[in-house]
Design a protein around this ligand. Structure first.
Ligand code: ADP
Ligand code: ZN
Ligand code: ZN
Length: 736
C-alpha cells in the first residue's frame, strides 16, 4: 500500500503530494507520519491511501513511523481542504495546519494519560472470602473501597495515597483489578466559580419568534439583527440546546476579545462538560485537550474565536457567528480566509443552520438579508423594555473656542462627577493606545519615525520610550530635535495611557483601569481587568476598541467616546460604516440593567450624518443612506475589490513582481473589459513595514465575477518568486 503525503513544510515548492510506501504500517487517511525527506526527517499528513504508485521503485521511500493512533483529520475537513484550496488559493499545508492545534506538530503536546484501577467484572459480586485471606486486612479494605466507594474505578495515584500499594499490586497480578490507561483532560478555567444564573429565562416574544424560525428549518443562513442588550445570547443558547436535543453538535464563534470567563461560564452552566473552548489565551496543553474532546465526540458544543470554525466536530446542527461584523473574523495573515465563508461551507455540508448575529451588521450582510439571500430576524427592543442610552453629541471645536484644549469636554467632566457621586461606573473609549500618538518639532516640523517602517512613533510614558506600533522597535524619547536642535517638542494626539493618567489626577479617589494592547500583554490580564471592573474594584474603565465588544456591566451608566472621528477619516470605503459600528457598540455598554445610560460622544464634525444615526440608534436609517452611496460610487456589495499586495526587502525585485502581475491582470481586463470598474497599481499607503517595501494593484470588479477573481488569483500564483510576498485578497478589511 502507498500513502499520499503532504509534507509539513510551508513552501510553495514543496506543496505537492509525495507518495511513500506504507512499509507495513497500518496507516489511514488523516494520520500524521514521519518520513525521510531529502536528507532529513519530516512530518507529513496522509491525505490518501492507494494500491499503486507511478513513482519508480528505486526512488520510492518508506514511511519511518506513524504519529497518530487514529486519524486526526475528519472526512469533512478533507472536503473543506479542497474547497479552500480552490477558492482561496492556499497551500495544502497551510490549510492542514489550521485543522490541528499548533503544538501537536513536532510532538510538542500529547494527551496526558493516567492509570485507572477498576475491579474486574468477574470479581465484582463475589464473596471476597473465596479469594482474600481472612488476615489480609489491606486487601479487604482495597476490595471494599473499589467495589462500594469507587465502582467505576479510581486513579492509581489517588489509591496509593490511602491504600496499600502491595495489595493493589497483588490484585493486579491476580487479575482481580485491571489497570487501564485513560486520557486525562486539562480543563481551562476549571477554578472559575459556577454562576448562579442557571435557571432559564422566559423568552421575550421577539426572542421566541427568532428561535422558532431557526429551529423549524435546516440548511439556512440567518441574520439575527438585535439592538445591544436585546438578548441575542439567549437566542443562541436556545438554538444550541435544540441542536443537542436532536443529537447534533454546535459551534459558537465570538470575537477573541469577548470570550471572557463569564461567557464561558454561561455555556458551562447550560451544557456542562459537553462544552469545549478554543482560543488563543489557552495553554498549549489545554488547547490540545479541548480539541481532542471535539475529535472524540466528548464535546458537543464548541465556543471559540475565529479558528474554532475548524473544530473537528461531527454532525453539526448549528453554527453561530456572534458580532458578525467584527474584523477579527477575517484572517489577515497567511493563511488568509474569511470565517463566514468557511462557516457557510460547513453549514451546507452538515445541512445545519448558520446564524450571523449583530447589533450593527456589516452593510454587505444586511444587503444579503434584504435581497433574500439569507433570512432576516430582528430583535428591535432591549430585554425588559429598557431604553437605549441617551446619546449626546459634543462639538469639540466649541470646546476649543471656549479655551478648553483638553481631551475632556466640560460636559463629560460634569457627567463623570455625577456618575461617580451616585456610585455608578463609567467607560471611556479612545481607539489610540500609548501616551502621545507622535512627537513633532515645533520649529522645523520634524516627526519621529521608525527606521524600519513608514510610520510615526508613539510615546509610551510608563516605559519612557518611543515605540513603533508595527514592528515593536523602541527608541529613546526626544529631548531635542535631531534636525534643528530645537528643544520645543510637541506631543501629538493623546492616547489611552495619558487619559488614564489624567483621570488619576482629576479624580484621585476613583479607581481607574486601562485596557488596551499594552495592558493586556500577559496571559489572563484581559480577563483580570474585566473581572476587577465587573466586581466594582474600579470606577472608570479606559480602553481601546477592546472595551466595545459584548461586555455586560450592569452598573455602567456613563460612556464617553473621546474622539469619535478617529475611524471616520481613514481612506477606506468602510470608514463611515466602521465609525457607526464602533460608536454604537461602545454606546451600547451604557444602561444595560435597571439604571438608565448616557453617552457623551465627542467629535470635531458634529454635523456628519453618521452621528445622527448613532444618536437615534437607527441602524436601518444608516443602512439606507450607506447602501445608496455604495451603489452610486460602485463599492461593495455593488462591486468586488480585489487587491494584490506585493512586498519585499528588495524594492526593485518586488516592483518587478508587481509589474509582471499587473501585465497579466491587464490582459485579463482586455479580455473582459466590462467586468472591470477600476484597475491601477501604486505604492501601498504604508510604504514600508519591517524593512519590507509594499506596493499594490487595486481592482474593482462587477460583483458577479467569481471567474475573473479566480483568474487574478491564479495570475498572482504564477508570478510568485522566492523572497517576495505576493497575495490577492477580496474585499480586504484594511487597505493600508
Ligand atoms: P445582546 O447580546 O443582544 O447585547 P445579551 O444577550 O447580553 O444582549 O442580553 C442582555 C441582558 O439581558 C443579559 O444580562 C441577559 O441575561 C438578559 N436577558 C436576555 N434575555 C432575557 C429574558 N428573556 N428575560 C430577562 N433577561 C434576559
Ligand atoms: Zn526641528
Ligand atoms: Zn517599525
Amino acid at each position: 500500500m502507498y500513502a499520499e503525503v503532504i509534507i509539513d513544510i510551508a513552501a510553495a515548492e514543496v506543496d505537492r503530494i509525495f507518495d511513500y510506501d506504507c512499509g507495513g504500517f497500518d496507516i489511514k487517511r488523516g494520520m500524521r507520519v514521519s518520513v525521510p525527506f531529502g536528507r532529513m526527517r519530516a512530518e507529513g499528513f496522509v491525505i490518501g491511501i492507494k494500491n499503486s504508485t507511478d513513482v519508480p521503485v528505486e526512488k520510492l521511500k518508506s514511511i519511518a513511523s506513524v504519529l497518530d493512533k487514529t486519524p486526526i483529520i475528519t472526512e469533512e475537513l478533507f472536503d473543506l481542504l479542497d474547497y479552500m484550496r480552490n477558492k482561496m488559493h492556499l497551500l495544502h499545508v497551510d490549510i492542514l495546519r489550521l485543522f490541528i492545534p499548533a503544538a501537536m506538530r513536532g510532538g510538542r503536546v500529547k494527551e496526558l494519560t493516567r492509570q485507572l484501577a477498576v475491579i474486574a467484572d468477574d470479581y465484582r459480586d463475589r464473596d471476597p472470602d473465596e479469594f482474600i485471606r481472612k488476615t489480609a486486612i489491606a486487601q479487604r479494605e482495597l476490595y471494599d473501597y473499589l467495589t462500594i466507594d469507587k465502582p467505576d474505578g479510581e486513579y492509581v495515584s489517588e489509591l496509593n495515597k490511602i491504600m496499600s500499594a502491595s495489595a493493589l499490586r497483588n490484585f493486579a497480578e491476580r487479575d482481580i483489578v485491571h489497570i487501564v490507561n485513560v486520557e486525562k483532560r486539562r480543563i481551562p478555567y476549571s477554578d472559575m466559580p459556577v454562576s448562579e444564573e442557571s435557571e432559564e429565562l422566559t423568552l421575550t416574544d421577539e426572542q421566541q419568534s427568532a428561535c422558532d424560525a431557526i429551529n423549524k428549518t435546516q440548511c439556512r443562513t440567518f441574520l439575527l439583527h438585535g439592538v445591544t442588550g436585546s438578548g441575542k445570547t439567549e437566542v443562541y443558547l436556545r438554538c444550541i440546546r435544540e441542536a443537542l436535543d436532536k443529537g447534533k453538535t454546535a459551534i459558537m464563534l465570538v470575537p477573541e476579545i469577548s470570550l471572557t470567563p463569564q461567557m464561558l461560564n454561561k455555556f458551562r452552566d447550560r451544557f456542562g462538560d459537553e462544552v469545549a473552548v478554543l482560543h488563543s489565551g489557552l495553554g498549549q496543553g489545554e488547547k490540545f485537550d479541548e480539541w481532542r474532546k471535539c475529535l472524540t465526540g466528548e464535546a458537543k458544543v464548541v465556543i471559540g474565536a475565529r479558528s474554532a470554525v475548524f473544530a473537528p466536530l461531527k454532525n453539526i446542527g448549528i453554527i453561530i457567528i456572534d458580532e458578525e461584523h467584527d474584523q477579527s473574523y477575517v484572517s489577515e495573515r497567511n493563511p488568509r480566509y474569511v470565517t463566514s465563508a468557511v462557516a457557510e461551507w460547513r453549514k451546507n455540508y452538515n445541512n445545519a443552520n448558520l446564524i450571523l448575529g449583530s447589533a450593527t451588521p456589516s452593510i454587505e450582510t444586511y444587503y444579503a438579508a434584504k435581497c433574500g439571500k439569507i433570512e432576516l430576524l430582528e430583535l428591535n427592543g432591549r430585554v425588559n423594555k429598557r431604553p437605549l442610552p441617551e446619546v449626546r453629541i459634543v462639538n469639540m471645536c466649541n470646546e476649543a473656542r471656549k479655551g478648553n484644549h483638553s481631551i475632556f469636554s466640560d460636559e463629560l467632566i460634569s457627567e463623570l462627577k455625577n456618575c461617580l457621586n451616585e456610585g455608578n461606573q463609567a467607560m471611556l473609549f479612545l481607539n489610540r493606545r500609548g501616551y502621545a500618538s507622535y512627537v513633532m518639532c515645533k520649529v522645523c516640523g520634524y516627526v519621529a519615525k521608525c527606521e524600519r517602517c513608514d510610520v510615526s512613533l508613539v510615546y509610551h510614558k510608563e516605559e519612557d520610550r518611543l515605540k513603533c506600533h508595527y514592528c515593536g522597535n523602541l527608541y529613546s524619547p526626544l529631548t531635542e530635535c535631531p534636525e534643528c536642535g530645537s528643544k520645543f517638542i510637541k506631543e501629538g494626539y493623546i492616547g489611552t495611557e495619558k487619559v488614564a493618567n489624567k483621570l488619576d489626577e482629576m479624580f484621585p479617589e476613583a479607581g481607574v483601569l486601562r485596557m488596551d494592547n499594552d495592558s493586556t500583554r500577559t496571559k489572563g490580564a484581559h480577563a483580570r481587568i474585566l473581572g476587577d471592573f465587573g466586581a466594582k474594584k474600579a470606577d472608570i474603565l479606559v480602553g481601546t476598541q477592546m472595551i466595545a465588544k459584548g461586555h455586560d456591566f450592569p452598573d455602567v451608566t456613563l460612556v464617553g467616546i473621546l474622539d469619535a472621528d478617529m475611524s471616520l477619516h481613514m481612506a477606506d470605503y468602510r470608514s463611515v460604516e466602521r465609525t457607526f459600528q464602533l460608536t454604537t457598540q461602545v454606546a451600547g455598554r451604557a444602561g444595560r440593567a435597571s439604571l438608565p445610560g448616557k453617552v457623551i460622544l465627542q467629535t470635531h464634525t458634529p454635523n456628519h450624518y453618521v452621528y445622527n444615526y448613532v444618536r437615534s440608534g437607527d441602524y436601518k436609517g444608516f443602512y439606507s443612506k450607506e447602501i445608496n452611496l455604495r451603489e452610486v460610487t460602485k463599492y461593495p456589495p455593488f462591486a468586488k475589490i480585489v487587491r494584490i499586495l506585493v512586498s519585499g526587502t528588495d524594492d526593485g525585485k518586488a516592483s518587478n513582481v508587481l509589474k509582471n502581475i499587473y501585465e497579466k491582470v491587464v490582459s485579463i481586463k482586455d479580455k473582459y473589459p466590462d467586468k472591470f470598474i477600476y484597475l491601477a497599481y501604486m505604492r501601498a499607503p504604508l510604504k514600508k513595514i519591517m524593512d519590507e517595501y509594499r506596493m499594490q494593484i487595486l481592482t474593482r470588479l462587477t460583483p458577479d465575477t467569481e471567474e475573473i477573481e479566480n483568474l487574478i488569483y491564479t495570475a498572482v500564483d504564477e508570478c510568485k518568486v522566492s523572497g517576495i510576498t505576493a497575495y490577492a485578497e477580496t474585499n480586504p478589511i484594511k487597505l493600508s
